[in-house]
Design a protein around this ligand. Structure first.
Ligand SMILES: *Cc1c(COP(=O)(O)O)cnc(C)c1O
Length: 384
């Protein structure tokens, strides 16, 4: 049994990125490594041990199921933080197991208190506050009740953090909104400490904020995309290199995605390739069929747009990306044959396909393409 494609994780690149980020952000800033969406497609089970080897001791996930997976593989000394959804069962498990979680509703806080009492332990919570994103988080109004509940049940809570999330720190278009959020967060922090709650970690920054707004770094940053070697947006990268002597990219891509040529054929001039009329051969073409389609996470929006590497050539994806296949134009590739390696993301003979090369088509494609890489594509760690 063999999958139609495989993902390779470059261990040295990942360690390089994490080491660089820690030194860039400063040793006093704790990094929480964000591994939601299967570590942005890299594979939680493959990613966590390498990150720990690089010194990471804190991991953030979105949901309870992801937290369970991290819990299975992590070292006992590493912490887990759930930033989003948990069922009551998950919440019970989290309280019992010392897994940290965001609290953004009174009801969740009360349920956590019940479990903490039941297990005679402390729920380790991060109070998420609303500062302008308008997604999750306590309004300042709602915090009155929160403060009351926590201060009257001190033995059942450890307030590990006070946190918020910015509404688009990767784009200058949101500059004013982000500035307002920072101010509001700082006001709430002061307000809450004045009422006797002293969160251990102030944390607000994702990758983009940590780069573009240094004062958002505070005690801890929640870094996702950067550790995998991608920039949240071209703007964030420009902001980063602006003040540096060295203008090249310091981050290294960690993930490669590879398949192989499944079939080759000739197409006559004037013929359409694949479904519909999206691509017509202007002259005689040689095409290679690759067994990867949108069901495998290769976005349909890359129809007639994507590029893949075959035999060291960067060749276009032509026609519509199908559910299980895509077609590449290999007319210019001499001696191409069935079984030749196809690189969808990564390097081959000194040529590379970066996700950033897709970014022109869709700014969010980095995140989306990675996050959609299916769980069942095998991941292998490369040690070179
Ligand atoms: C996903 C996420 C992050 C990390 O975002 P990146 O842009 O990948 O660094 C940080 N905080 C929260 C709340 C998130 O959901």
């Amino acid at each position: 049994m063999a999958a139609t494609s495989r993902i390779e994780i470059n261990k040295a690149a990942l360690i390089h990125n994490l080491t660089f980020l820690q030194s860039y952000l400063g040793e006093q800033v704790k990094i929480s490594s964000v591994v939601k969406a299967n570590a942005y497609g890299h594979g939680i089970e493959q990613f966590i041990p390498i990150a720990e080897e690089a010194g990471v001791q804190h991991f953030s996930v979105f949901s309870g199921d992801e937290a369970h997976r991290v819990y299975q593989i992590k070292q006992p000394t590493s912490d887990i933080m759930v930033m989003g959804w948990m069922s009551d069962d998950d919440l019970e498990w989290a309280v019992r197991s010392g897994v940290e979680f965001f609290v953004f509703e009174q009801e969740k806080l009360e349920t956590a208190l019940d479990y903490a009492r039941q297990y005679n332990t402390r729920a380790i919570i991060h109070l998420e506050v609303e500062t302008g994103m308008n997604r999750t988080g306590f309004s300042q109004q709602a915090l009155h009740k929160v403060v009351k509940l926590i201060t009257s049940n001190e033995q059942y809570f450890r307030v590990r953090g006070l946190c918020t999330h910015y509404a688009g720190a990767e784009s200058i278009a949101n500059h004013v909104r982000v500035q307002k959020q920072i101010k509001k967060y700082n006001r709430i922090y002061k307000w809450i400490t004045n009422r006797g709650i002293h969160p251990e970690l102030r944390h607000t920054a994702c990758s983009a904020a940590a780069i573009a707004y240094p004062r958002t770094r505070m005690d801890m940053v929640r870094i996702g995309i950067l550790q995998y070697g991608f920039w949240p947006s071209p703007e964030t990268f420009i902001h980063f290199v602006h003040k540096r002597m060295e203008k090249s990219d310091v981050l290294k891509r960690v993930l490669s995605w590879k398949s192989q040529v499944m079939s080759i054929k000739k197409v006559k001039p004037g013929e359409f390739v694949s479904y519909g009329t999206y691509y017509m051969a202007q002259e005689e073409k040689t095409i290679a069929i690759v067994p990867v389609g949108y069901s495998h996470g290769y976005s349909r929006s890359l129809s007639n747009q994507g590029r893949v590497l075959i035999d060291g050539h960067r060749v276009p994806v032509i026609g519509i990306v199908n559910m299980n296949m895509l077609v590449a134009d290999v007319t210019q590739v001499p001696d191409v044959k069935k079984g030749d390696e196809v690189v969808l993301i990564g390097d081959q003979d000194g040529v590379s396909i970066t996700l950033a090369s897709f970014a022109d088509f869709n700014n969010q494609l980095n995140y989306e393409l990675l996050a959609r890489l299916p769980l069942d594509i095998p991941r292998a760690i490369m040690n070179q």
